[in-house]
Design a protein around this ligand. Sequence first.
Ligand code: SF4
Length: 175
Amino acid sequence: MTPRVLDPGALPLPGAAHGEIDAAAVRLKRRSMAVLRRSLHIRTVDTGSCGACESEIRLLSSPYYDFHRLGLFFTPTPRHADCLLVTGPGCRAMDHALLSAYEAMPAPKVVVAVGACPLGGVFGADRYTRGEITDVVPVDVVVPGCPPSPLALIHGLLLALDRIEERITLQEGEQ
Ligand code: SF4
């Protein structure tokens, strides 16, 4: 499936009012319950980021965004994850860890590339770095930015839930 690329121009400007963040977050909770009938569980893999994308992801758990009130969780085990958030330019030393995490996730699973790095937007390929992660895992959703804001991440997760819903519908059609 072709990756869906979040359009940052469609988002409120950085420094969005808390009401806009709340509205997007509540929508995410509703979509999670409608598609999965439970919370969305997320595993992150850093393939050599500068740390800024990771910082933005961590902010989702801060009291300001208060991700947990929505029943959305980061999980340390890929076996419990619906969604894989990948940062960094695909350092070759991370190939095995990235692929292992992806393979351990149960279907229907979805991969979200966070920031410009995972699709080659910052570093090129060389003997240490792939420059992009698509040779290792398929990417379903792209959240552009360097780094993307937490609000952009929430909208990227909404796209991820759309992709999971499509997969569930396909599976049901095949049964
Ligand atoms: S996209 Fe930008 S902020 Fe994110 S890891 Fe790459 S260089 Fe850092």
